[in-house]
Design a protein. Structure first.
Length: 134
């Protein structure tokens, strides 16, 4: 079971990076994984399954929420938070940075107005979800 969850989580992370996250939440109900979801829902609560997908670390030590912040994708950040992603889970490699700390680092970069606005939306969403910087 852990291998399957890990596989799904890795592909979700790839979707955020490759497609800008447009299909990330839809991914959970895609026809490709409907059979897996049905099988696992018999063994565990669906919410537990989704929680594990949203809040576990990928092989590179990041959560899906952290990756969405890193990619400056406010729509994905909002969808992940609405889906139950924990905004206070730090990455497990390097500085053990939380998503809000990453967003603040991005804010300090020389961003154009569009990216600055997107990052401000992310920061507000994280704060409103109870995120802390440390």
């Amino acid at each position: 079971m852990e291998d399957t969850i890990s596989d799904i989580r890795e592909e979700m992370a790839d979707n955020i990076i490759m497609y800008g996250g447009g299909t990330t939440i839809e991914y959970l109900s895609s026809s490709l994984y409907n059979d897996w979801l049905e099988d696992w829902s018999e063994e565990m609560e669906y919410n537990d399954f989704v929680d594990e997908l949203l809040n576990e670390h990928t092989d590179d030590g990041k959560t899906l929420l952290y990756i969405a912040v890193e990619q400056n994708r406010p729509g994905v950040v909002n969808a992940l938070l609405a889906g139950g992603a924990d905004p206070n889970i730090a990455i497990v490699s390097g500085l053990h940075e939380k998503p809000l700390a990453k967003a603040y680092k991005i804010e300090k970069k020389n961003l154009d107005n569009f990216d600055r606005e997107r990052n401000a939306i992310i920061i507000n969403a994280l704060i409103n979800s109870g995120a802390t910087e440390q």
